[in-house]
Design a protein around this ligand. Structure first.
Ligand code: GRG
Length: 291
């Protein structure tokens, strides 16, 4: 399997659904809808929705029409987190996905509101989708736990509070596992829930997703040190004052740690469909990525 073609193919399907799910720019109030569409549709790898779909499909799920609304919701929540993460009060990034970040294009007021609107629209899409009520409830339980105070927002809080003077491995692990890896864990778990698989496979999806998310965020830290702005679509060397794996362990050892997390992730994810190579290829792609 060629993983780049696999990702390209799914990205196209995810993008089409996102386009359908987002309000059009003609709808009132137009500036809000323009700003919502701008960050979501101008770029992005769609890794999180694709991970959900991959987990679902490998576990035998075949009702793609029903679950694509959840994949859109996941990407809207992710896009919302990027808009807020880029704000001057947080990471203060001028570029995202190769274009000026939302607040640079629309101003802070509209960017904040566009993020807020994407967040609520994600739940609107799930609420109005045609999943069975029991699946809706299970998906919402995982999502709301993941994005809240005990998940992404908890991780982001420690990320903004502590800088590079706090070289504490435990704090670093907390930040990365919460602000980033918890979402990877949730999307894999949601894919497994939607496939209505066994409890042990749901657990393996959750654990594997978390370990994959750690791999992803450590690679992201490494790319801030070694990556190129043109490939990343955002400024690099922005993390100098932040608590990152290269800061605590050095860049070379961070690469070894990322590989270790990747092999631990694969051990879990192989439980889903032994002998299938999709997750192995995805993990290798994440380790080698340049953006
Ligand atoms: C509750 C979801 C939520 C957010 C509020 C702002 C905030 C709290 C959290 C920020 C979390 C964050 C942005 C973590 C960084 C994760 C990361 C490395 C993002 C880049 O992801 P990619 O590479 O980006 O998948 P693309 O553009 O490809 O989608």
């Amino acid at each position: 399997m060629n993983i780049e073609n696999y990702l390209k193919g799914w990205k196209k399907r995810v993008d089409n659904k996102l386009n359908d799910h987002l309000p059009s720019e003609e709808e009132y109030p137009p500036l809000l809808h323009k700003a919502m569409r701008y960050t979501v549709l101008l770029g992005g790898k769609r890794i999180r929705p694709i991970l959900m779909i991959t987990t679902y499909s490998l576990l035998g799920g075949d009702k793609l029409d029903e679950i694509m609304s959840v994949s859109s919701a996941i990407e809207l929540i992710h896009s919302y987190s990027l808009i807020h993460d880029d704000l001057p009060a947080m990471d203060n990034d001028d570029y995202r996905r190769g274009v000026p970040s939302s607040h640079k294009k629309f101003g802070e007021d509209i960017a904040i509101l566009a993020g807020d609107a994407l967040f609520s629209h994600a739940f609107y899409i799930i609420a109005h989708g045609n999943l069975k009520p029991i699946l809706k409830e299970k998906v919402l339980k995982v999502l709301t736990t993941t994005i809240g105070n005990k998940g992404i927002i908890g991780g982001q809080t420690e990320d903004v509070l502590y800088d590079s003077s706090n070289k504490t491995p435990k704090l670093l692990r907390y930040i990365h596992s919460h602000k980033t890896a918890s979402f990877f864990s949730a999307v894999c778990e949601i894919g497994a829930i939607l496939a209505e698989t066994t409890e042990d496979k749901i657990l393996a999806s959750r654990k594997g997703g978390l370990l994959m998310g750690m791999t992803f965020q450590i690679q992201d830290d490494i790319l801030d040190v070694e990556g190129k702005k043109e490939e990343m679509g955002k400024e690099v060397r922005k993390d100098n004052n932040k608590l990152t794996y290269p800061l605590v362990y050095g860049t070379d050892f961070s690469k070894i740690i990322a590989k270790k997390y990747s092999s631990l992730a694969l051990k879990q994810l192989n439980i889903l469909k032994p002998n299938d190579k999709t997750f192995e290829n995805l993990l290798n792609f994440l380790l080698a990525r340049k953006n």
